[in-house]
Design a protein around this ligand. Structure first.
Ligand SMILES: [Zn+2]
Length: 399
């Protein structure tokens, strides 16, 4: 069992200890597992990630705890048994303390204001989240909790570590049922919250800094709320503002006008899209008739046959054009577009010949993929420069 110095003083960032054991980590030749008699390093647990830092000259890369209540420090080099000096990566720890204490405060306010208990907590690399047991979570819930939590931050209330026996906590206003027995470490936010917890916390609510609630989403039967505290909240608010400001600049409006202008722009885009569709239909109809009149050759089976490579035709428009042509009586088209190497072999109903079989023959020679029916088949070839040659081969095969 390792003595945990952070239980009593979360602000301790340097300490002296004895190395009790050092062994190579199983399966990791470059990693070592160090056991100390006492440690200020926090091991991953309760939703809070581990600390990093140094033990002597070794870098501490991971810290975890065993079922025997021992803290294991994973380092990048070995340490000799005996005294060692430990240094915690303080900016990382401080950030974790802010997020973790912010979580206590938010959970307390969600429970107090709306009777929404917290069922789990995750402290992430960029954002943290709590899961609330509630069937409904609305924007006004978030706004009200955020406001109240930030008020408690500015009231700079004490955050104390207390020790109590489990039975003493029963019936007291702890947020969650007390599952563990024996002597428990309890974190108390003055006049607001009392909760058993083994994590690291700031000493006063003012040290949490700003609290910002952001996305929320339904996850199974719970609602997950993403939040940020301290510098993370400020950095996220700054990034959000820059995004909004850039959007407003592009729309040439004030940030508050962005939703209205964006809705209008999307509506206009939809209308333009529909108009474009209508014009393309019309254009394809004219172009189809013109191509058949000027470029198609008459075949022995009475079909008008068009063999053509287009330079810059979008595959979607090519399909439209082909469909307009084969809607006419006795038409066969063997066409391709250099854009993407798309090819379409198609013919009017009633004509004999298998367009899919023809396409498969060409693809077997040229490579590429595709398929379809005896009437309409389409595909892509890897070398659009060879389209003339491939269509000519198809034309010959139809003779
Ligand atoms: Zn805690």
């Amino acid at each position: 069992m390792t003595e945990r110095l952070y239980y009593h003083d979360a602000f301790l960032c340097e300490f002296d200890a004895q190395v009790l054991a050092c062994a190579q980590a199983p399966g990791s030749p470059e990693r070592w597992q160090i056991l100390l008699d006492r440690t200020a390093f926090y091991p991953t647990s309760g939703g809070q990630p581990h600390d990093t830092g140094r033990l002597g000259n070794a870098h501490v890369l991971d810290v975890h705890e065993t079922e025997e209540d021992t803290v294991v420090h994973v380092t990048d080099s070995a340490l000799a048994p005996g005294p060692v000096h430990g240094v915690i990566d303080w900016p990382r720890r401080w950030d974790h303390m802010q997020q973790h204490t912010g979580q206590h405060l938010l959970s307390a306010v969600f429970a107090d204001r709306f009777g929404m208990p917290t069922v789990s907590f995750h402290l992430g690399r960029s954002a943290s989240s709590i899961d609330l047991a509630t069937p409904v979570l609305l924007p006004h819930h978030l706004a009200e909790v955020e406001l109240r939590a930030n008020e408690i931050v500015t009231e700079d209330r004490r955050v104390d570590i207390r020790w109590a026996r489990a039975e003493e906590l029963v019936g007291r206003d702890v947020r969650r049922p007390v599952a563990r027995a024996g002597l428990l470490r309890v974190i108390e936010i003055e006049g607001c919250d009392r909760q058993p917890c083994g994590g690291t916390h700031v000493a006063r609510t003012g040290q949490i800094g700003s609290i910002l609630l952001r996305r929320c989403e339904k996850v199974r039967s719970h609602w997950r709320v993403e939040f940020l505290c301290g510098q993370r909240a400020v950095a996220a608010a700054r990034a959000d503002f820059e995004t909004l400001d850039e959007t407003a600049r592009r729309l040439s409006c004030a940030p508050t006008e962005v939703p209205t202008l964006l809705a209008r722009a999307l509506q206009e885009r939809q209308a333009l899209y529909r108009e474009r569709q209508r014009l393309q239909e019309q254009l394809a109809e004219f172009e189809a008739l013109s191509l058949l009149a000027t470029r198609a050759e008459m075949r022995r089976d009475g079909a008008r046959q068009l063999v053509q490579v287009f330079e810059h035709l979008e595959p979607g428009y090519l399909r439209l054009l082909v469909n307009k042509m084969i809607a006419e009586d006795k038409v066969r088209v063997l066409v391709g577009t250099r854009t993407g190497g798309h090819v379409i072999f198609a013919q009017s109903r009633g004509l004999s010949g298998d367009m899919n079989a023809l396409l498969q023959h060409v693809l077997a020679v040229a490579g590429g993929r595709g398929g379809g029916s005896p009437q309409f088949a389409q595909g892509r070839v890897p070398e659009p420069a060879r389209l003339e040659e491939l269509l000519e081969a198809a034309r010959r095969r139809m003779e």
